[in-house]
Design a protein around this ligand. Structure first.
Ligand code: PLP
Length: 449
């Protein structure tokens, strides 16, 4: 077995494409050898197999905000593995999961009181969509089956999440097998009005009226839920204009439509609050979460729902299963124990305050890139930011590869999607590390100009 970890065997397995990589240019990555292989990680840095150290500009995939190899988290994992490594979650439970659910409910906006656990963002989203449809059915309003997502939204890769998602490249291969009855709001980004906004753009609340258009088209009596990311993360940090989310909430309430906030990226501190919902002062009917809740060390996701939703399901004979849905690893003891420690650390270290303090550093540094001629837009909110480059239509894919490669050379692991570089640095970053990150990015961009 150890032989399989051998480095030369790693190179052979790569060249043979044995590991079919997710969301990757497999042949390109496998052809690049050691400098695309991560060997270890500590704090906000990765060490690549070729010995280079690079700054983790996106906290993994938005999921390791407390940095890598945190000793307390590693210890919590070890201890829990010794005590209770697994227990079925069907028809029984265990203390780490129950107490974690209570804790997360307490952190959530008022009214969101019950937690259903899953193992990833995709599972959390599909769970929330099923809850929405079940909720209306149980209330005798089963005509409400439609789900409304948003252009440029990302809600994972399950059939539900993909269908409500609005990313063309994820959808086009599966156009014929999308969930029926799904429609999309227009996205809330309008370059002409909001370019170079710091934080929330002032203009754009009116874009939420697009929901009224869909209500007029389909009739509210057919619509179960609207799902949006409060800040659209994966398609390049699209920040909700002032008043936009409030307006969506109002329209949903007016028409009896459930509002789901997909907080898989924004949950647990990224916006300087427990949830983006609190930052923007808008309470949805459900929140999906994943990623940061376990600092990425083991997978976990979940859905937080209102007591109205929970109570609607808790009906009928006591011995009946109210919601025929769940995963083998829902509320996994290792994930739950780790999540408790992650939340302990976030509380003790005042992470929300720290994020707020770093937000202004990141904002200032990112917007200082405005002088570069390759820059089309810069935006930021919480501890997230994006640089949108002037499109390079013929060589967009090639430029992405170059940016990534130059980033590695300069010591930053960059998340490049098309013409956009997104940032979500770890909460434990120092102001100096954030400044250094952007200085390195400037060098990378200059190399590409
Ligand atoms: N929802 C949002 C908002 C996300 O950003 C992501 C992943 O980035 C997902 C869902 C899917 O999460 P996962 O990759 O854990 O399935």
């Amino acid at each position: 077995m150890n032989e399989l970890k051998n480095e030369s065997l790693c190179a052979v397995a790569m060249s043979e494409g044995r590991n079919w990589l997710p969301f990757s240019a497999n042949r390109l990555v496998n052809g690049r050898g050691d400098h695309r292989v991560v060997a270890s990680a500590k704090g906000p840095y990765y060490t690549m197999a070729d010995g280079r150290t690079v700054f983790d500009t996106l906290s993994g995939l938005w999921c390791t905000p407390l940095g890598h190899g945190h000793p307390r988290i590693v210890e919590a994992l070890r201890q829990q593995a010794e005590t209770l490594d697994f227990a079925p979650g069907f028809q029984m439970t265990h203390a780490p999961a129950v107490t974690l659910a209570a804790r997360i409910a307490k952190m959530a906006p008022e009214g969101l009181e019950h937690v259903f656990f899953a193992n990833s963002g995709s599972e959390a989203v599909d769970t929330a969509l099923k809850i929405a449809i079940g909720f209306h059915k149980l209330r005798g309003d089963g005509g409400r089956f439609r789900l409304i997502g948003r252009e440029r939204g990302y809600h994972g890769v399950g059939f539900g999440g993909m269908s409500v998602g609005g990313i063309v490249s994820n959808r086009k291969m599966f156009a014929t097998v999308m969930m029926p009855g799904v429609d999309h709001l227009r996205h809330p980004y309008d370059h002409a009005h909001v370019a170079f906004s710091k934080g929330q753009p002032e203009w754009g609340a009116c874009l939420a009226d697009d929901l009224e258009r869909l209500v007029a088209l389909h009739d509210a009596s057919t619509i179960a839920a609207v799902i949006v990311e409060p800040v659209q993360g994966s398609t390049g940090v699209l920040v909700p204009p002032v008043g936009y989310l409030q307006k969506l909430r109002e329209i949903c309430t007016k028409h009896g439509i459930l509002l789901i906030f997909d907080e898989v990226i924004t949950g647990f501190g990224r916006m300087g609050e427990n949830f983006a919902s609190q930052r923007f002062g808008v309470t949805p009917d459900m929140i999906t979460f994943a990623k940061a809740v376990t600092n990425g060390i083991v997978p976990m996701g979940g859905v937080i729902v209102t007591s109205e939703i929970y109570k609607t399901f808790m009906n009928g004979p006591e011995s009946a299963i109210e919601f025929a849905h769940g995963y083998t690893y829902s509320g996994h003891p290792l994930a739950a124990a780790v999540a408790h420690t992650v939340l302990d650390i976030m509380e003790e270290e005042g992470i929300n305050g720290r994020v707020k303090a770093l937000e202004s550093v990141l904002e200032e540094e990112v917007h200082a890139l405005r002088d570069l001629k390759s820059v089309k837009d810069l935006r930021n909110i919480g501890l997230t930011a994006a640089i949108e480059l002037v499109p390079a239509p013929e060589k967009s894919a090639l430029r992405s590869v170059q940016l990534f490669e130059y980033g590695l050379q300069k010591g930053v692991l960059l998340r490049v999607t098309g013409d956009i570089i997104s940032f979500g640095p770890p909460f434990i970053s120092t102001p100096e590390q954030i400044k250094e990150m952007i200085q390195k990015v400037r060098k990378v961009l200059l190399k590409c100009e």
